[in-house]
Design a protein around this ligand. Structure first.
Ligand SMILES: Nc1ncnc2c1ncn2[C@@H]1O[C@H](COP(=O)(O)OP(=O)(O)O)[C@@H](O)[C@H]1O
Ligand SMILES: [Mg+2]
Length: 257
């Protein structure tokens, strides 16, 4: 479903953030990407939806080449990819359901969404998405009145309302406490299992990667240095990815591995 072949990303200014990355992700997979800050995790996610253009090689999504794709092709591609952000990126002054409905923006005529006139079917999809992350009882509350964990669940619901084939989550729990982080990771894993949405999660925390991942991809200085089953990952593997021993800062619980 997603295929990188010898892909490079060199940013304007000359910094090479991804170097010769090749990988294949199949439909329905849940993949966790780990690496130090600056390793290229966000760059890799953004190369999938074309927000960051690759400068060599190829990235294909469902057989469509993202490199050099037209605006129309990119729009269609992005309609099928839900994004989840570290800082949630909600519209805080409006209700939870309105935030979830923003996932429908690419699916309804612009004038309707501008007027806030949402078709009943779209409202239903938004409510179902909120239900899936167990926050539907907050539908008519302002997003600013929710806790961080609840806001992130709204962020997930917004992505789900898009009815995406792919979910990209960029450090979705970095701003959350350990208990809430586990809740959000469990939600993501459940959604992946129940709906079969291909899910890629960037994580800094090794213990969470271990608890919720199946396949682990390790990035170091823009290079793919590990791609395999998470069950085969040991402290030595992590040292290879991080270039140093694991520290308590690499764990959400702050505990030893
Ligand atoms: N727009 C940009 N222009 C120039 N350099 C960038 C840009 N975005 C990211 N970088 C650099 O690319 C490297 C990888 O960044 P990023 O993909 O954000 O890493 P990660 O998500 O793993 O922390 C970093 O060194 C970062 O400073
Ligand atoms: Mg990042």
């Amino acid at each position: 479903m997603i295929e990188f072949e010898n892909a490079d990303v060199t940013y304007p200014g000359g910094f090479k953030a991804l170097s010769n990355v090749s990988l294949k992700i199949n439909k329905g997979e849940l993949v966790v990407i780990v690496g130090l800050s600056g390793a290229g995790k966000s760059t890799l996610l953004r190369a999938i939806n074309g927000f960051v253009p690759i400068t060599a090689g190829s990235v294909k999504v469902n057989g469509t080449e993202v490199r050099g794709a037209s605006q129309a092709t990119l729009r269609e591609l992005r309609g099928g990819i839900g994004m989840i952000f570290q800082t949630f990126n909600l519209v805080y002054r409006t209700s939870v359901i309105n935030n979830a409905l923003m996932g429908r923006l690419s699916k309804v005529p612009r004038w309707r969404s501008m007027l806030g006139v949402w078709p009943a079917a779209d409202r239903e999809i938004a409510l179902q998405s909120l239900e899936r992350v167990e926050i539907v009882e907050k539908a008519y509350i302002r997003a600013s009145n929710l806790s961080g964990g609840q806001q992130q669940r709204v962020g997930i619901a917004r992505a789900l309302a898009q009815q995406p084939q792919i979910l990209l989550a960029d450090e979705p729990v970095a701003s959350l406490d350990p208990v809430t982080s586990h809740t959000v990771m469990r939600d993501l894993r459940r959604i992946n299992r129940d709906l079969g949405i291909t899910t890629i999660i960037n994580l800094h925390f090794l213990d969470l990667a271990r608890s919720y991942g199946r396949r682990l991809i390790g990035l170091r200085d823009g290079e793919l240095v590990y791609d395999g089953d998470i069950a085969d990952v040991d402290d030595e593997t992590f040292r290879g990815i991080y270039g140093r021993a694991v520290t308590p800062d690499d764990l959400k619980e702050g505990a030893e591995l």
